[in-house]
Design a protein around this ligand. Sequence first.
Ligand SMILES: [Fe+2]
Ligand SMILES: [Fe+2]
Length: 203
Amino acid sequence: MMTTINYQQHLLPLSRQQLVDKLAEALTEDRFHHVLRVEQTAIKLAKQYGVDLEKASIAGLCHDYAKQRPDEDFLREIKEDGLDPDLLNWNNAIWHGIVGAEMVKHELDVWDEDILNAIRHHTTGAPVMSPLEQIIYMADYIEPGRSFAEVVKARELTAKSLTLGVAYQTEQTLAYLVERDLPVYPATILTYNAWVPQNKGEL
Ligand SMILES: [Fe+2]
Ligand SMILES: [Fe+2]
């Protein structure tokens, strides 16, 4: 069943429906439906773990807002906002979260730092993540459209403990990159060190 949150906290100058309409325009159809599933998964987790439902809805809907933008848009945003110059060496996979959060701020007028951090960190995680950040990180990974082998265990762990879910996803993501000889964004290693060893034996 779909839950529709009525926005009342003025976290952005749009109703939920107006935000959904903007996303339908900004994203491919597949990604638009992914974003709706992430929102619903985030709301479910927010109910379970006592997190603000309106923030979960906004962060879930906005987390991939910038995913379809051309590289030039990210490169311009990195320079104009004076973001870490090392970002220039990366690509859309990293930019759409970390740099995409700045686009959400400026273009959708969302200034809540918890929501923005949830968008920033949804791909790489971070050594310290608020409950909302953990929820968006996990909702993106376990939403019902995901079908990779590890997702079953990821859903079980997340239902039991948000922390264990975060640790499991982080472990799986690093293993995936290393097995394929892919580059590892430095923050992903910091996320691994902060979450995985301390939960050893429970994953
Ligand atoms: Fe994403
Ligand atoms: Fe996503």
